[in-house]
Design a protein around this ligand. Structure first.
Ligand SMILES: Cc1cc2nc3c(=O)[nH]c(=O)nc-3n(C[C@H](O)[C@H](O)[C@H](O)COP(=O)(O)OP(=O)(O)OC[C@H]3O[C@@H](n4cnc5c(N)ncnc54)[C@H](O)[C@@H]3O)c2cc1C
Length: 466
């Protein structure tokens, strides 16, 4: 017997994210007092900006670095995400790596190492972010997903995932870790850790500040140009100006069509009673995702809840962003119903919080980092939902590019990639809407027992790089 499903909206909607619940939102550091001259100006205090500041300051302590943040450090995706510190390659690189291309395999190794690098720094700097490395489970919840998952395995081996890096679990092995309705096959990799996102970004901000980096909050940058970041309060002049705005990039003049702000939404349950955990299994902190085209992602939080995320409303016309993080009722219902399908035992548990955020998606679905030596303008982002790990790799890479060090990181294939701009509206909105309509239709057909991956979804994959 399973409990009666709970209905109604989440107790809290938006308010940035659940990761800030239970305490007032962070107080803002003082804004930029006026014009300023530094060596490096960084726009945006999320993981990208803060990791860049961290590694630069560590490498060269006398560098003068200013981080300029419109709201507060961790206001964006870095304070809202699903907490997957995953080694999975961002976007199209999976396709290159699956062909065994050496540079992409190097990129894969770099992502694997980066998971441990984040854990190392968190421990060294005493950033308590609930980090626990129990790996990642990709679960097939119907026969078509199962076939896709099995087909993926040879490609993963070519990408450099050895027998211990990626393990195929049968129904029995999977049930030992977690019991998910309808799931009897999964891939497990140890190269993924659970984090509490806001604790990581807030801890990182406090760390770089201690190192001597200046963070100005409530400071909107209105223009970026060679040698300067222009704010309402004054102009910050710097030899290098790094853009770390990911999902907010489209608002910066000149970047409307650089990366689209793609939405992602989550809901989190109240803490589950011990009986429910016993029924579900899931005693570890594995991150769990499915093999659906419009996939979902889950984490078991440190305080015994389940957070489940998915695409929701994927994109708003004209690259609009709802910054408060509110989640439409229909998305909340979709995520809650999905949770109940995967874990029927959760049906009686209330949903405590729903929230949303934006991540940056380039036209070719492929992340990029770079520094234009002629202008001193740097950038990183377009991580396509894998920014928790990629932003650290980007921060170390930007350090090497800014300090002109010709390292292996500076040779990785995402360095200096220039991406074709997105189409103007309404084509952009129509295209993204069509993509997700195709994915959702394919998922419905596959759940209904259609025997193979739908051709429409395969075509959509070619566009999205998944
Ligand atoms: C709901 C959700 C779930 C996700 N889940 C995962 C996950 O589990 N694993 C994973 O790897 N990735 C995930 N991602 C993606 C990941 O969180 C992002 O890729 C990553 O946090 C991007 O970091 P960032 O520093 O580049 O951008 P952000 O964290 O978005 O930071 C940009 C900052 O710039 C500030 N800003 C905006 N405009 C201006 C301006 N004009 N002037 C100054 N400052 C400005 C913003 O306030 C913000 O603080 C998720 C994203 C979302 C939204």
């Amino acid at each position: 017997m399973h409990p009666t499903p709970t209905s109604g909206p989440a107790a809290t909607n938006g308010r940035v994210s659940f990761w800030y619940a239970g305490a007032p939102l962070p107080e803002r550091r003082p804004p930029l007092p006026g014009d300023l001259q530094v060596d490096v100006a960084i726009v945006g205090a999320g993981y990208t900006g803060l990791w860049t500041a961290y590694y630069l300051k560590q490498a060269q302590p006398d560098l003068r670095i200013a981080v300029l943040e419109k709201e507060f450090a961790g206001f964006g995706a870095s304070g809202r995400n699903g907490g997957w510190l995953t080694a999975a390659l961002p976007g199209q690189f999976r396709r290159f790596a699956a062909r065994g291309e050496a540079v992409a395999v190097a990129m894969q190794r770099a992502m694997i190492d980066t998971v441990d690098e984040v854990a190392r720094v968190a421990a060294a700097e005493r950033i308590d972010c609930d980090l626990r490395k129990d790996g990642e489970l990709s679960v097939a919840t119907n026969p078509v997903q199962q076939r896709r998952l099995l087909d993926r395995l040879p490609a993963l081996r070519r990408e450099g995932w050895g027998e211990e890096d990626m393990v195929l679990l049968d129904q029995h092995d999977l049930a030992d870790r977690v019991r998910i309705a309808g799931a009897d096959t999964a891939l497990w990799t140890p190269h993924c850790a659970r984090i509490q996102p806001a604790k990581l970004v807030r801890g990182l901000a406090a760390t770089v500040e201690r190192m001597g980096v200046r963070i100005y909050e409530g400071t909107e940058v209105t223009h970026i140009r060679p040698g300067a970041a222009v704010c309402r309060q004054g102009t910050v002049r710097a030899d290098q100006v790094v853009r770390g705005l990911e999902g907010f990039t489209a608002r910066m003049p000149g970047h409307r069509r650089t990366w689209v702000p793609m939405n992602s939404s989550l809901v989190v349950t109240a803490p589950l009673p011990p009986d429910t955990w016993r029924e579900i299994g899931w005693q570890g902190a594995e991150l769990i995702g499915d093999e659906a085209h419009a996939y979902c992602y889950l984490q078991r939080t440190a305080d015994g809840r389940i957070a489940i995320g998915g695409r929701g409303v994927p994109y708003r016309y004209g690259s609009r962003i709802d910054t408060r993080g509110e989640t439409p009722a229909v998305t909340q219902v979709q995520l809650r119903d999905l949770l109940h399908r995967l874990f029927p035992a959760t049906a009686g548990t209330p949903i405590d919080h729903a929230w949303s955020g934006v991540l940056g998606v380039p036209r070719d679905w492929c992340a990029t980092v770079g520094l234009d030596r002629s202008t001193g303008l740097g950038w990183a982002g377009g991580y396509v939902g894998h920014g928790v790990t990629s932003a650290n790799l980007a921060g170390r890479t930007l350090r090497d590019l800014i300090l002109r060090q010709d390292t292996d990181l500076a040779q990785l294939p995402w360095v200096g990639r220039r991406v074709r701009r997105w189409e103007p509206e309404p084509l952009r909105w129509l295209g993204i809407r069509a993509l997700y309509t195709a994915y959702r239709a394919a998922d419905r057909r596959e759940s209904a027992g259609l025997g193979r991956t739908s051709a429409v979804a395969r075509a959509a994959d070619l566009v999205s790089g998944r």
